[in-house]
Design a protein around this ligand. Structure first.
Ligand code: ZN
Length: 197
């Protein structure tokens, strides 16, 4: 893993954009960015994501090529970028994010990366382009990549269904269920309006 700053991320995104776009268009969807927690320990990083964010907000990349297909979001990895906050070990419910919940600086770091990627990849900050894994698992962008054929009832496996994945459904223990995506996108928009990206 290599540590990067926002200027590096911007350059990487500009370079990867044509290949990301080509891969996404084969499936008829736009470039999408998926927001995760690892469900592991703080500062335990995984190469399944392009970006891992440490407890202190430091950002690490597992590749120099953001168009490299990674394994982060079931059936949605083509033309997609995966960002993960390293946290949420033993998270059980929206009221119990375990002993290693997302830190404030991890949340801000995700939002800053959203701001940078939005501009560099020319995609707006909305649920069609920036989704939590929780939202993606419930197909909340209206894009069903085919989970139903693989045995998921109603083609969904997220927090409103079988709850197999619910990354960032909330960003803080006790928050209203389902608010995590809007909080992250809202912060991303704020950073963008304040010159980040
Ligand atoms: Zn995930």
């Amino acid at each position: 893993m290599k540590q990067v700053i926002l200027a590096d991320i911007k350059q990487m995104a500009i370079q990867a954009k044509p290949a990301l776009l080509q891969a996404a268009q084969r499936y008829g969807w736009p470039i999408k960015v998926y927001l995760h927690w690892t469900a592991g320990h703080y500062d335990q990083y995984f190469s399944d994501y392009h970006f891992n964010i440490g407890k202190d907000g430091s950002v690490f990349v597992s590749t120099n090529d953001l168009s490299e297909k990674k394994n982060h979001t079931y059936f949605r990895n083509s033309g997609a970028v995966g960002i993960a906050a390293a946290c949420a070990y033993n998270a059980h419910s929206c009221g119990d994010l375990g002993p290693e919940p997302p830190t404030d600086v991890q949340i801000e770091a995700i939002a800053q990366i959203i701001a940078v990627l939005s501009k560099a990849l020319n995609i707006p900050i909305d649920i069609e382009h920036f989704m939590t894994h929780a939202e993606a698992a419930d197909n909340m962008d209206g894009c069903d990549p085919g989970y139903e054929e693989n045995g998921y009832p109603q083609g969904k496996y997220g927090p409103q269904n079988s709850v197999e994945r619910w990354d960032l459904w909330v960003v803080k223990a006790g928050d209203k269920p389902g608010t995590g995506g809007d909080i992250l996108r809202g912060k991303g928009i704020w950073y963008q309006q304040n010159g980040v990206g």
